[in-house]
Design a protein around this ligand. Structure first.
Ligand SMILES: NC(=O)c1ccc[n+]([C@@H]2O[C@H](COP(=O)([O-])OP(=O)(O)OC[C@H]3O[C@@H](n4cnc5c(N)ncnc54)[C@H](O)[C@@H]3O)[C@@H](O)[C@H]2O)c1
Length: 244
């Protein structure tokens, strides 16, 4: 029986690339999405072309009841979840002086509370199986901070603390919990930046380029595999050397 990987917010960007890469590497895939749109069915087709199953579940990760329901749907379909990738995330960038309370709360609720909501509902199945991998998508700004991102940086720093604490709680059950901290990766999240800003960013990066979604997916593949069976509670930066 194939192992099953769940990727939240996995119909585009980094999450989609992770789903495709794990599908290529022998996993069946479950993808959570928030809203029905063309991306959802296109992603399913692309995954099925890799000879993997793709089960799609709708739900807003910031809502605990949604997560409770869609995890049960995945278990009813596949009977297991071996790898959880907490990828769903949003930004609402603004200097603190002008940031609305809702912009702070929304980002914390999706990125950090969402990671709790999904993990809390998946972990009993991993405990029972006495194995599992959880990979949380943090960000370098959760380590370095970034002007205009107090909400986002706080959510990602929170994810790092969550990762390390949970790693300690569940290590005895052979459940490994790690985070990756991408730098600037080319996706719709960074497409909103003007070209001049992207060029300035590339100049600051030792490897002199923005990252690709595949750069992140490769590390997630490693953290899902037997090759990383002695690694837990770590944060791996994927940022071309930007933060050292
Ligand atoms: N792109 C970057 O440079 C970069 C850098 C560091 C970290 N990240 C992180 O990587 C992850 C993926 O980002 P991306 O760049 O692919 O962005 P993206 O906007 O393309 O993808 C985010 C996905 O999350 C989903 N999502 C948002 N809110 C959700 C909710 N409430 N419930 C369920 N799904 C929801 C979106 O629908 C989308 O599919 C995020 O956690 C992001 O913070 C991205």
């Amino acid at each position: 029986m194939k192992k099953v990987a769940l990727i939240t917010g996995g119909t585009r960007g980094i999450g989609k690339q992770i789903a495709l890469t794990l599908a290529e590497n022998g996993y069946d895939i479950a993808i959570n999405y928030r809203k029905e749109n063309e991306e959802v069915n296109n992603t399913r087709k692309e995954i099925e072309e890799k000879n993997a199953k793709c089960f799609l579940v709708q739900g807003d990760v910031s809502k605990f009841e949604d997560c409770e329901r869609f995890i049960k749907e995945i278990i009813a379909e596949y009977g297991r979840i071996d790898v959880l990738v907490n990828n769903a995330g949003i930004t609402r960038d603004m200097l603190l002086m002008r940031m609305k309370k809702e912009d702070f709360e929304d980002v914390i609720n999706v990125n950090l509370v969402g990671t709790f909501n999904v993990t809390k509902n998946v972990i009993p199945y991993m405990m029972k199986a006495r194995e599992g991998r959880i990979i949380n998508i943090a960000s370098v700004v959760g380590i370095s901070g970034n002007a205009g991102q107090t909400n986002y940086s706080a959510s990602k720093a929170g994810i790092i603390g969550f990762t390390k604490s949970l790693a300690k709680e569940v290590a005895s059950r052979n459940i490994l919990v790690n985070a990756v901290a991408p730098g600037f990766i080319e996706t719709s999240m960074t497409d909103i930046l003007k070209d001049e800003i992207k060029e300035e960013i590339a100049k600051m990066i030792p490897l002199k380029r923005m990252g690709k979604t595949q750069d992140v997916a490769n590390v997630v593949k490693f953290l899902s595999s037997e090759d990383s069976s002695y690694i837990t509670g770590q944060v791996i930066n994927i940022d071309g050397g930007m933060l050292m």
